[in-house]
Design a protein around this ligand. Structure first.
Ligand code: LLP
Length: 415
């Protein structure tokens, strides 16, 4: 458990605020973030990187709430975006366009124009066709686009297959064996300027060895390019550092950075990283209330007011999230499947959890700050949850709960 969510007198608190007070004020389901946890994570990166030219680009997709982006922007972060929408969010949150890297395999012409207009730091290009498109778009605007090629190093990140991205069979990046030829091609395109190389091999990695293997492979390419007179200004090693959801033992941020820097010894390029989960995952919880207890022949169900539309990770990846009572009470503990009200068997938050709860009890779904709200949907016409940020003894509503009216505001009945 992150040290920013703790029990005090049998009450789970976020920093100095009891989660039961937040549920009382803002209702459930509700995401709660700790500003101190966000700040602490960012400082762990910047401290470990002291003395090394670097830029920490928060992966917006992991949690794009404007308040979260703003906290990181004020700490000096850059941002890793994957859409024009994310760019607009970064700018609306006070982020600096000149610290933005743009990843993703499917950038549209409109998104390229938008990013060139804003003046982003670098396009992380993922294919030959994208090089041509970007060259044409930049040319039509009389601009030069800074580029990095996302190289697929073909290493096994040893993580869930849906979030493993650095293998040959994945759609991401340019093939390792074609990378040098593509750099030569890019060097010949008049509206591009080569500035870096990037790779991102997957998410929720709990060991450093795959990162090191990837670095070793891409450094071979960096050297080959240098021999051809193509000098890179930065290396972007992506995100991917895992967190503890249950019993995983990922390296601490400082140890991960130390390992990266070890593998980069003697290299002078600016280091860019794109962490998402490790900065926000354990900085947020999802608050939910038990609606019903439903004893079954084989299992007991705790039916709660949060569902797979609010937190999709258990349904999609069979992901584990800790589930804790917000108030420790004296009920007899029993084993429950904690499920939502959605009409799908996959709608579960956790299975076989030992909990001392009754109808009306509040639960905190832990480690929900990354890829929680950002992957939520309106399935079953469920308005998305409220989001709250705790800052010491202050609570801020950072996203209002949606209304059903908003959900169908863009729809229209035909004659
Ligand atoms: N950079 C790139 C190019 C990425 O594709 C990603 C994540 C990141 C950085 C940030 O990775 P992180 O540090 O958060 O591991 N929805 C999944 C995770 C998908 C990750 C996609 N790419 C989940 O809930 O586990």
């Amino acid at each position: 458990m992150s040290s920013y969510f703790n029990y005090k007198n049998n009450q789970l608190v976020a920093e100095n605020i009891a989660l039961s007070d937040i549920a009382g004020e803002f209702a459930t389901p509700c995401y709660v973030y700790s500003r101190a946890a966000l700040t602490d994570g960012f400082h762990q990166f910047s401290n470990a990187l002291q003395g090394r030219e670097h830029l920490i680009c928060f992966a917006v997709k992991s949690n794009p709430n404007l308040a979260i982006l703003n906290v990181f922007a004020r700490l000096g972060a850059g941002f890793d975006i994957v859409s024009g929408g994310e760019l607009q969010r970064v700018l609306a949150a006070g982020g600096d366009a000149s610290k933005v890297v743009f990843s993703g395999v499917g950038k549209t012409e409109a998104e390229m124009r938008q990013a060139l207009d804003a003046g982003i730091l670098c396009f992380n290009v993922e294919s030959a066709a994208e090089l041509d498109r970007l060259n044409a778009v930049a040319g039509s605007m009389g601009k030069i686009a800074a580029i990095s090629l996302r190289v697929n190093p073909d290493v096994d990140a040893k993580t869930h297959p849906y979030i493993s991205t650095g293998l040959k069979q994945n759609k991401f990046g340019v093939a390792y064996t074609e990378a040098v030829a593509l750099y030569r091609k890019a060097a010949g395109l008049p509206h591009l300027r080569i500035t870096g190389m990037d790779c991102h091999i997957g998410s929720q990695l709990t060991e450093t060895s795959p990162f090191i293997a990837a670095i070793e492979k891409i450094l071979v390419l960096v050297d080959q390019l240098a021999l051809e007179g193509i000098e890179l200004e930065h290396l972007d090693l992506g995100g991917g550092l895992g967190i503890c959801y249950n019993d995983e033992t990922p390296p601490a941020i400082a140890d991960y950075i130390a390992a990266l820097l070890g593998a980069l010894q003697g290299r002078t390029q600016k280091l860019i990283l794109e962490p998402g989960r490790v900065l926000v995952g354990n900085a947020g919880v999802l608050l939910t209330r038990v609606e019903y207890i439903k004893p079954g022949e084989e299992k007991n169900f705790a039916i709660v007011d949060a569902a797979m539309n609010d937190l999709m990770r258990p349904a999609l990846y069979d992901a584990y999230h800790g589930i804790l009572p917000v108030v420790r009470e004296d009920y007899a503990a029993e084993t429950f499947d904690v499920v939502g009200p959605i009409c799908e068997t996959g709608d579960f938050i956790g299975r076989a959890r030992e909990l001392a709860i009754a109808p009306g009890s509040l639960l905190a779904v832990m480690s929900a700050g990354a890829y929680g709200m950002s992957m939520s949907s309106n399935y079953n016409t469920r308005p998305r949850a409220a989001e709250v940020m705790v800052d010491g003894s202050t609570v801020h509503l950072v996203r209002m709960r949606e209304t059903v009216q908003q959900l169908f505001a863009n729809e229209k009945i035909i004659a």
